[in-house]
Write a protein of this length. Structure first.
Length: 150
């Protein structure tokens, strides 16, 4: 009986810790959808096809690669084209990008051979912002954003 009580206490502690971690990650919050005038942005990006939960690897690879090339970047930018509620996971399309800050734009000419670039024009967009705490954020963000936008 004593062992069962300890197991139950351990399970409760683990459940509370897990719930606290999810709260820290923003899982329980409701993201706000706003219409904002944004841009222009110059983005180094890679296209990705597959589960949105796996797109974090692309962002991490881009951040590390750009840092190696002398570009300090702090803001990611994801464009998710398909609704995961109706599109098979292996067919979900996205562009995973890093915003190139103004002070790094002069390095673009030497980086064009290594990266794809696009310019996001200045206009009004529907925006859902989600904090990036770690790689799990790249999975939770789209899961929370799509229902909020619907």
């Amino acid at each position: 009986m004593r062992l069962l009580k300890r197991l139950l206490i351990l399970l409760i502690v683990l459940a509370v810790l897990f719930a606290g971690f999810l709260a820290y990650m923003g899982y329980f919050g409701t993201p706000q959808v706003t219409e904002q005038e944004m841009g222009p942005y110059t983005i180094a990006y890679e296209s990705f096809v597959g589960p949105y939960a796996e797109s974090g690897k692309v962002f991490d690879r881009l951040f590390k690669s750009l840092k190696t090339d002398g570009v300090e970047a702090t803001r990611g930018f994801g464009i998710y084209y398909d609704d995961p509620a109706i599109t098979p996971k292996d067919q979900l399309r996205s562009d995973c990008g890093i915003i190139i800050e103004e002070q790094n734009l002069k390095k673009l000419a030497q980086l064009k051979k290594k990266y794809l670039f696009m310019t996001i024009p200045r206009q009004k967009y529907l925006v859902v912002e989600f904090p990036i705490k770690n790689m799990l954020s790249y999975m939770i963000g789209p899961m929370k954003a799509y229902p909020a936008m619907s």
